[in-house]
Design a protein around this ligand. Structure first.
Ligand code: FES
Ligand code: FE2
Length: 470
């Protein structure tokens, strides 16, 4: 069977082969009882070549330096959510490498990002990792201060600085755009607008999700002992599920997941849940699939009836259970939400370092950043978002949980333990991968044409920035 499917694949144009065990993601979704919207029922795969990707990008500190010099200073990055800075004067410090920004709400509808450095002798105006509310930004060293709008308020002993033109001493700013409750910043004032950067397909998708009407109920940060790109790529495919997460494969379509690319800066997968992995075909019944479905915020799945009626599929019943449980658990109205949106894992990568998961069962945002001093370390953040309650009152943002290097994700308050175990499995591979690449006699990594297209697409964008294009 394996050799036969390889021969069939080799007879096809490169990139055209799919898992020979049907159904495809689109077939699964087409059978759902509550139909999926257009942004789900579309495909956008493109073959981008099959050559190896050189490993210097993961193991060479000079490569990391080039990224700071040519990529991080020219790309749109998710700095914070608007809910982090709801009131005028609220601020949130976002760091990337040596760069640091005070993202602050200057007026009700005006958010700015100031370079976080005093214009006198350079002291950071707010410590990294902090947020709060300010009526001005005063430096802790000699007391110079700036108004919220960035203009110079006071230079202490101004008589000693006749050469300082207050009009030219406003805090420098990065570009800021807001989209769906996210605040994005870009250090490059010549950068394209955010909508152009993400492209029309993604903009059409995100405009349907209503992510501005979600709130963060859990935020976990952990340092990972691997290059930031390895850290990201660990979450770009479902190819690893059968081996790394065998406990979820019974109810995950893994090798039948769908992969899409959109322009230069966005890609996605759709990984269907509530269906059997094609690797396990014939080994489990529909009832087994339902019984073993645990992924997501399963604390809300409580006492639902889990016995299937004759002819009913696990996926159908799971969608019904989830709709009721999430409506009750989060006090929201999900009657118009499709089965696919309730159940499936939709993962979008926004280049360079953000993942959005707009589904209901896995409502997350990931952010990845390189360690500023060590190319072998990265900072991984998971934000869990829920729809706003029907009363419309937005809960306060939660306290960030910082895990120690040796702590499990299952220990993070607010994290579903089953999902925390999955994140442990994902990140436990990363030190081995970092060290293996450093030990390797092979100069490149080899990628699957379909299931690993997001990795290739991502690395292609990295190369473009490093080569001066975008
Ligand atoms: S360094 Fe900021 S006031 Fe002197
Ligand atoms: Fe994983």
């Amino acid at each position: 069977m394996g050799n036969q499917s390889l021969e069939i694949a080799q007879a096809l144009p490169p990139g055209a082969a799919r898992c020979p065990q049907e159904p495809s993601t689109q077939d699964i979704i087409a059978r759902d009882r509550v139909a999926a919207p257009a942004w789900v029922r579309c495909e956008s795969y493109e073959f981008l070549g099959d050559e190896d990707i050189s490993i210097d990008r993961y193991i060479d500190p000079a490569f990391a330096k080039r990224e700071f010099d040519t990529l991080w200073n020219r790309t749109w990055q998710f700095a914070c959510r608007e809910e982090h800075i709801p009131e005028v004067g609220d601020y949130y410090v976002y760091d990337i490498g040596r760069h640091s920004f005070i993202v602050t709400r200057v007026a009700k509808d005006d958010v700015r990002a100031y370079y976080n450095a005093c214009l006198h002798r350079g002291t950071k105006l707010r410590p990294s990792g902090t947020d709060g509310c300010a009526s001005e930004f005063q430096c802790s060293f000699h007391g110079w201060s700036w108004h919220l709008d960035g203009s110079l308020k006071e230079s202490v002993c101004a008589w000693d600085f006749p050469h300082v033109d207050a009009g030219k001493f406003s805090l420098p700013q990065a570009k800021v755009e807001r989209l769906a409750g996210f605040v994005f910043i870009n250090m490059d004032h010549g950068a394209p607008a955010l909508a152009e950067y993400f492209g029309p397909e993604f903009m059409a998708h995100i405009n349907e999700w209503g992510l501005e009407n979600r709130y963060i109920y859990c935020h976990v940060v952990k340092k990972i002992p691997a290059n930031w790109k390895l850290n990201m790529e660990a979450f770009m495919e479902a190819y690893h599920v059968i081996h790394t997460h065998p406990q979820v494969a019974v109810s995950n379509a893994d090798a039948n997941s769908q992969y899409d690319i959109y322009g230069e800066h966005v890609n996605r997968f759709i990984s269907s849940l509530g269906v059997l992995s094609p690797h396990l075909r014939g080994q489990y019944t529909e009832q087994d699939i339902l019984d073993q479905f645990t992924i997501g915020d399963s604390s809300m799945l409580g006492g639902a009836d889990r016995t299937l009626a004759p002819g009913e599929t696990a996926r159908q019943r799971m969608a019904d259970i989830m709709r009721v449980m999430f409506e009750q658990g989060t006090n929201t109205d999900l009657s118009g939400v499709s089965d696919a949106e309730l159940l499936d894992c939709f993962s979008y990568t926004l280049f360079p370092n953000t993942f959005l998961f707009p589904g209901i069962s896995l409502p997350m945002v990931y952010r990845f950043r390189p360690d500023r001093d060590d190319h072998r370390k990265s900072i991984y953040e998971v934000f869990f978002l829920r729809p706003l309650p029907v009363d419309g009152i937005r809960p306060e943002p939660v306290e960030t949980v910082y895990l120690d290097d040796d702590q499990s994700f299952t220990e993070a308050e607010g994290m579903d333990p089953g999902f925390g175990a999955i994140l442990d499995q994902d990140t436990d591979n990363l030190l081995l991968q970092q060290e293996g690449l450093e030990a390797s006699a092979k100069p490149g990594i080899t990628l699957g044409n379909y299931q690993e297209i997001r990795v290739r697409h991502f690395e292609r964008a990295i190369d473009k920035y490093l080569q001066g294009g975008a």
